[in-house]
Design a protein around this ligand. Sequence first.
Ligand SMILES: Cc1cc2nc3c(=O)[nH]c(=O)nc-3n(C[C@H](O)[C@H](O)[C@H](O)COP(=O)(O)O)c2cc1C
Length: 303
Amino acid sequence: MAPMEGLTTRIYRHVFARYYSGVDKCFTPFLSPNQNHSFQKKELDEIDPEINKKIPTVPQILCSVAEHSVWALKEIAELGYREVNFNLGCPSGTVVTKKKGSGFLPFPWEIDAFFDEVFKEADRLQMKISVKTRLGRNDAEEFADVLDVYNKYPFSEVIVHPRIQKDFYREPVRPEWFEYALTHSKNPVCYNGDLFTAEDISGFKEKHPDVDMIMLGRGIIARPFLPEEMTDETKDRRRLKAFHDDLLNAYYEVTHDDHCVLAKMKEVWEHMGPALSVDERTFKSLRKSKRINEYKAITDSIF
Ligand SMILES: Cc1cc2nc3c(=O)[nH]c(=O)nc-3n(C[C@H](O)[C@H](O)[C@H](O)COP(=O)(O)O)c2cc1C
């Protein structure tokens, strides 16, 4: 569940957990440590470990001064949290002019110095550090240098919202830059942006079968049952695959003949394929497959 100031509050997260499942992890809306080195009451409430017990929760920090962030890390560690997320994505004008959120992105050398300090402290505290990032402030091209910096550090995840500051939440996402992150990131990558329905998520999973982390924001607010639907579908797919593999083996036990077994299985696929929206190209190669190994590689990719 994405951090959303005013929306995914501790109250929302708490009540959500009473009704729905399917969310592995929540992020708090951003906390803003500053020179006072004390959290506001509202911020302390957000990271109250008692209220965050039901779903693992990661406090998020919005700050580009290492000294204040290091102070916050220690405070958060003392409350028992083992991960902190840094916000390098917020597009709000007042945040960006202070070189925070996506306003930090045009300064990769400063981001580097910042995380150098942060990771030293995180190492000492044995805390995981993740980052939620946009591509850039003015230009998506900024992302190449920013990702080079992220690659210098062992982030537990790099959550990519593929927009620039100026896109706010309106302009279309830039999927080609998410691809860039996938190919160039040395750290695990999580996707965030514009997944509103089960169809959106299935479409994304089809395109990116290797991405196993997605963060949902507005989609959850609109449809709180969405993560549950998706986990059910994943469970169903696993069961279906197990059933299919068992059926294949059972036919093989009887005939020990690839041709006979595949003829039986292909007939089943004539019904199951359309129901699972198998694309035409994959379906064609499945129909043409002659050996069980070849067939299995195709069905594994479908599941
Ligand atoms: C009202 C609102 C508040 C948000 N607050 C935060 C925040 O505190 N921290 C953060 O990293 N992102 C924040 N975001 C961005 C979301 O976490 C998320 O990246 C964005 O909504 C895109 O994902 P979605 O298309 O799944 O909603 C906020 C977005 C909205 C609309």
